[in-house]
Design a protein around this ligand. Sequence first.
Ligand code: PAF
Length: 279
Amino acid sequence: MEIIRTVAELEARTADLRQQGRSIGLVPTMGALHAGHMSLVKRAREENDIVVASVFVNPTQFNNPEDLRTYPRTEQADCTLLEQGGVDIAFIPTAEEIYPEPDTRVFDLGPVAEVMEGAMRPGHFNGVAQIVSKLFAMTCPTRAYFGEKDFQQIAVIRRMTELEGFDPEIVPCPIQREQDGLALSSRNVRLTPEQRAIAPAIAKTLVSSLDWAKTHNVEQTKRFVTETVNSFPHMKVEYYEIVDGKTMQPVSDWSQTKEPVGCITVFCGDVRLIDNIRY
Ligand code: PAF
């Protein structure tokens, strides 16, 4: 596996590969890799001639400096996993390399970015759009892979892709879970043993809400999920929304969407966990 740390080198290398007619699969990550990321790498490996994975903790998408400071950074272990996963190029730049000057671009991401994460984390999606647009411009990937745990992020990236006229296929990949159902996340390592034991209640509650939803309306289903999760020690639901899976707009009646998706964020202690489920 080749490790590239500069933008100029990545641009030259990928331009060369494209000229040779090779397809390029891009897997953007913030490192602290786990089996969820590796499922994206596996899919990219199956579908492309060349796999590029980026490892970059993007400062512009953190609206909380403490979250940025404590975000796990495990470069060596990440490289080992990427190499084992068959990645051809790991792009691991510094923040100065990506942002030699502050990125002042403001993307018109529209309604998909205004609700849920967009409302709770001002500026977060603009930061995601900044880094992903830079990665797309540098790599010109044929396909780009994103995990469905960050369900809303995929809609935002589709919107940015359309706005900026990029043409990679955006490939959403299913959430990977621990055996007890907890969605894999780089933040899970920050849970205390006691919190870790309780955290699977999020996924379990979402799954049990599938049955509940058959005989209850949207409001009742939201209340069921929120109250059940909040009844566990350490857990505080930030929001639970049932939205249309394409527009991300909250629905108040099941008939308003063909693709209802429940999106939750929960503080387990001070660790912010997210998950979602399709009804
Ligand atoms: O989902 C993530 O890990 C990040 O938001 C991404 C897409 C790598 C951009 O920094």
